[in-house]
Design a protein around this ligand. Structure first.
Ligand code: A2P
Length: 284
């Protein structure tokens, strides 16, 4: 590695099903085709082991190519994908997982999530039963959800008795989601953060900039360290090898209680990036 940020070991986070995940991973939204595969392969070279793809990102093929060109054994990688809203019906969900695997050239995913609950359609329990079945068949190792609110998770548990291992939600300093994190934690569910850097929109925030200057770190590193210290597993995306490495180097310093309090004040109730409230937003 020839970057300025040696990464050191990435800690593991324990899941409620006996498996573990690296404490940070690569978000891959918009990393498609040959450029996307090159960016993912670069991330693997920089030390990422967890890569978070989705059927709807249309990049499971690029993920498979990245694995092949990285030369890192598949067994050392932790690969995740997600079920789209249009395929929540049981048979379609299982066929989609099969297609997800085929696109990446994989025999199993380490983690597979329901991408959105789409509550008005109301088929997410059926999708959950399909993920439980896929796990039984060895197609996926751990199963979870994304963008699920407490009421959706309560329903999954009440109807199937199976608690998701992960809930992946929008989370960044302008939208901190402490209530959802507390709910997830009380059910031993690991909260992952998508757009953990607010898609780059926070880089000139004065509170974050002041903390970054004091710690001699970048704002990106402060935000990712804040995610980790909040008990979240961030999935930052970057196409740049230097920023990929920078984003991994957050396990050798700590934010103080005062820093955490200052960042808490950046929270906004209307801070979602694209107004995607899972209670009403639908994605197919
Ligand atoms: P780039 O790919 O050029 O690095 P998020 O993970 O919240 O969705 O944010 C992703 C966006 O933030 C991308 O546009 C990415 O651009 C940028 N980004 C990622 N890491 C950093 C960083 N450490 N500093 C500045 N910008 C970053």
């Amino acid at each position: 590695m020839d970057t300025a940020f040696p990464t050191g070991p990435i800690p593991d986070v324990a899941l409620n099903d006996g498996h573990t995940l690296p404490a940070i991973g690569l978000g891959t939204y918009t990393l498609n085709g040959s450029g996307g595969a090159a960016a993912m392969a670069s991330a693997i070279r920089e030390g990422y082991r967890l890569l978070d793809a989705a059927f709807n990102y249309e990049n499971e093929g690029a993920l498979g190519e990245a694995i092949r060109i990285s030369g890192v054994p598949r067994s050392e990688l932790v690969l995740a994908s997600k079920l789209p809203g249009r395929h929540h019906r049981h048979a379609e969900a299982l066929a989609t997982i099969d297609e997800s695997l085929w696109r990446a050239g994989l025999e199993y995913y380490d983690l597979y999530l329901i991408h959105w609950p789409n509550p008005r359609q109301g088929h997410y329990v059926e999708a959950w039963r399909a993920l439980i079945e896929a796990r039984k068949r060895g197609l996926v190792q751990s199963i979870g959800v994304s963008n699920f609110l407490p009421e959706h998770i309560d329903r999954l548990i009440a109807e199937t008795g199976v608690v998701p291992a992960v809930n992946q939600i929008e989370r960044h300093p302008r939208f901190q989601q402490w209530g959802q994190i507390a709910f997830d934690r009380s059910h031993s569910i690991v909260t992952q953060a998508w757009s953990p850097l607010g898609r780059g929109s926070l880089l000139d925030d004065p509170v974050l900039s002041e903390i970054a200057t004091r710690h001699d770190r970048t704002v990106g590193q402060i935000v990712l360290r804040w995610q980790v210290q909040s008990g979240c597993l961030p999935l930052p995306k970057s196409t740049s090898p230097a920023r990929q490495a920078e984003n991994l180097a957050v396990f050798d310093f700590e934010l103080s209680t005062n820093d955490m309090t200052a960042i808490a004040a950046v929270d906004r109730s209307d801070g979602r990036l694209n107004n995607q409230d899972p209670a009403i937003y639908e994605e197919f």
